[in-house]
Design a binder for this molecule. Structure first.
Ligand code: DAH
Length: 345
């Protein structure tokens, strides 16, 4: 074996004995580095004559290629070994519990609101949204509740600078929506032509100074309004009864319209429902206030009460949700406890 062959063999053995990439790169330097064995021999070529240069050069090049091939082979082997070691270290324990990424869902009250909207939509009602920061006029005065009216004392609320307050009910939306509607059809109304009826529900947040198991300072209401030229209390009874039966999926539900006073209705009624069976069987539960819209309110909407008439109601979606799911403390809805909320998904 000539000198170059044994050099190649030596390199091959040295490379194969390396156990880390760093060791291998150091070994490589001994042969192919600046002062490596092969590099030295290349330099030595300069002293030879042209023929010898050719033959020696070819031999040195062949040796160099063989060493490089051995180097690359060992590099691949080491990289593979490293990868295998990594994979081995990372084996998963399939018996460990998995990490759950739970999916969020709608809040139970939002589920009820969606349901309410769907049902009233199917009866031809639009859905409108209004401001939670209201003026005194929309919240009280326009609803036939002037300053110093005793009914205001039941609606204590949060007053905001500049004459604004946090609305105590969704009823101001009756006025806002009706005024916008009237403005749109003013020319037709003035000409004595038919105005498309006002048929709307307005769900949203409302506020009062109140807090116990059945009252929260922030709660939800949903207003309903139907105004036309020939809408009576009978229509209110039909619409609301239909709504409750659909909402609670109970055709045998019984409703009671109990006379009551609201400044913005004449006559007015509280609506109670009675479940025929289940844990609440037999009890009357109040779910809404309602009534025929008071002539003064119709006037404040910009309409002539001699010509236009209708009904309104205001219900509590929180209350409906409690009844539907059998929840006994309203505050649970607003505590944000995931253990409670996740039961509705
Ligand atoms: N706004 C009333 C309240 O919060 C509820 C109500 C009663 C709404 C009668 C109405 C209605 O639209 O006609 O107590």
């Amino acid at each position: 074996m000539n000198e170059l062959d044994s050099l190649v063999k030596q390199a091959q053995e040295l490379f194969a004995a390396c156990t880390t990439p760093v060791e291998l790169e150091n070994a490589k330097a001994q042969y192919l580095g600046k002062a490596g064995h092969l590099t030295e021999r290349m330099k030595g070529l300069a002293k030879l004559d042209i023929e010898a240069k050719k033959s020696q050069g070819a031999l040195i090049n062949a040796a160099k290629q063989a060493i490089e091939a051995a180097l690359n082979h060992c590099r691949e082997q080491l990289a593979l070994a490293e990868l295998n070691a990594l994979l081995k270290a990372e084996t998963y324990d399939v018996t460990l519990p998995g990490s759950l990424h739970s999916q969020g869902g709608l809040h139970p009250v939002s589920l009820s609101l969606e349901r309410i909207e769907q049902i009233f939509n199917s009866m031809g009602f639009e859905v409108a949204q209004g401001p939670e920061i209201e003026t005194d006029w929309f919240n009280f005065t326009a609803l036939n509740t002037p300053e110093d009216h005793p009914a205001r004392s039941m609606h204590d609320t949060f007053y905001v600078e500049g004459g604004y307050l946090l609305r105590t009910h969704t009823s101001p939306m009756q006025i806002r929506y009706a005024m916008a509607h009237v403005q749109k059809y003013q020319a037709r109304i003035d000409a004595g032509q038919a105005m498309p009826e006002i048929r709307v529900i307005a769900p949203g947040r409302t506020y009062r100074v109140d807090s116990d198991a059945t009252h929260s300072p922030m709660f939800h209401q949903c207003e309903g309004l139907w105004i036309g030229e020939n809408i009576s209390f009978k229509d209110l009874k039909v619409v609301f009864t239909d709504f409750c039966k659909t909402f609670f999926e109970n055709e045998d539900l019984v409703l009671r319209f109990r006379p009551s006073f609201f400044p913005f209705t004449e006559p007015g009624a509280e609506i109670d429902i009675q479940f025929p069976s289940g844990p609440l069987a037999g009890r009357w539960l109040e779910v809404a206030g309602s009534g025929q819209v008071h002539p003064n309110v119709v006037r404040n909407m910009g309409l002539d009460p001699e010509r236009f008439i209708g009904f309104a109601f205001g219900m509590g979606p929180d209350r409906l949700t409690m009844l539907r799911y059998g929840v006994n403390d309203l505050r649970l809805f607003f505590d944000g406890d995931i253990r409670f909320l996740s039961q509705f998904q």
